[in-house]
Design a protein around this ligand. Structure first.
Ligand SMILES: *Cc1c(COP(=O)(O)O)cnc(C)c1O
Ligand code: SF4
Length: 335
């Protein structure tokens, strides 16, 4: 089990918990009593993209059930090793759109900053599983170039911190970055895209509310919650403190076969988000990344699911069903 840090220890609880995350498939199999027949496939797939699951997230899964929708998002399986035509290693064209060190600009007025290559969890469907982070993340000494780029291109009014997961960085470093961004006159909004709170709610700290609200920028946190069971009491509590600090809360999910590919799962997700004060923003069609084809839901089925959700919920709880098409000027709605 997880132990809290003592008052004398300087490492925040969330960082300690990250160091105790499952990284060995054998340990996860044992903890969740997963059928050992699946072990060879898991080992092989984890050699391509390593396993990483925070203990607290694994604790939400049903032991003995390899189809658990939370487990499915993180369990390496041999399906990943099948090469599928149409599934590539850079499905959204990010490698072409890099405009400065660690900065991607695809859309007008907003840029995406790759703050770090690290994540607190490794999602098997991730389109960045093949991304060469070590060359392209805006690490310590590289923020100067990133900030210079944003300052020089006077059109950018929103900076999106992405990764990897930007919340892998310490609050101290993020606070410095937010401060520097707020000094650029044309930057008005700071947006953070993160999956960490959903899998490690302890990551939402008082310090984090501080740098999000103190910067003077309008701040938006986009959570990446895929399933209603990821919305726990600790997450709800942490989110309510962010809302009190004036942070707007949105969510984006990926439509995933075996995880949230039913109208019931999607309705429960929207209801759960709403109860936590979060508005559903996007429901993404999977990016066709090699190794994730078993998560794909065909467009006609996705559209049908989306319609079923629309018929059950108020409009503001229905996320926009979109996909990312390389070269487009925005995300592309399917309906
Ligand atoms: C998705 C994305 C954005 C954000 O798009 P919104 O429609 O504003 O949410 C910005 N930059 C890049 C490179 C993106 O991939
Ligand atoms: S970038 Fe997001 S989806 Fe990809 S592994 Fe990291 S947390 Fe998961």
């Amino acid at each position: 089990m997880i132990h809290r840090t003592s008052a004398t220890c300087q490492t925040p609880a969330w960082q300690q918990q990250l160091t105790s995350a499952f990284t060995r498939v054998e340990a996860l199999f044992e903890y969740l009593r997963i059928d050992p027949d699946l072990l060879p496939g898991a080992r092989a797939a984890a050699r391509e993209f390593s396993l990483r699951v925070p203990v607290g997230y694994a604790a939400l899964m049903e032991p003995g059930n390899p189809h658990d929708p939370l487990l499915r998002q993180v369990l390496p399986i041999d399906d990943e090793l099948r090469l599928q035509p149409g599934f590539s290693t850079d499905p959204v064209g990010d490698l072409d759109r890099s405009v400065g060190t660690g900065v991607l600009q695809k859309y007008r007025g907003r840029v995406l900053v790759i703050t770090t290559g690290a994540c607190g969890i490794h999602c098997r469907y991730c389109f960045r599983r093949h991304y060469p982070y070590s060359n392209s993340s805006a690490g310590c000494d590289r923020w100067r170039d990133t900030l210079d780029f944003i300052t020089r291109s006077g059109q950018i009014n929103e900076v999106i911190l992405s990764g990897g997961d930007p919340l892998m960085l310490s609050d101290n470093r993020l606070s410095q970055l937010a401060q520097k961004l707020s000094e650029i006159p044309h930057v008005k909004r700071l947006r953070v895209h993160t999956r960490l709170p959903a899998v490690l709610p302890e990551r939402i700290t008082t310090e984090m509310s501080g740098w999000l609200s103190d910067s003077g920028l309008q701040s938006v946190l986009v959570l990446h919650v895929n399933h209603a069971r990821e919305i726990t009491d600790p997450l709800r509590t942490a989110l309510s403190s962010l809302r009190s600090a004036g942070v707007s809360l949105l969510n984006q999910s990926v439509l995933l076969r075996g995880v949230n590919d039913s109208s019931r799962a999607l309705v429960e997700l929207s209801e759960g988000l709403s109860a936590a004060g979060v508005l559903p923003y996007y429901l993404h069609q999977l990016d066709p990344v090699q190794g994730a084809s078993h998560f794909a839901v065909p467009d006609p089925e996705a559209i049908e699911l989306h319609q079923a959700v629309r018929h059950q919920l108020p409009g503001y709880l229905v996320p926009r069903l979109v996909r990312e098409i390389p070269g487009s000027e925005s995300k592309t709605p399917l309906v």
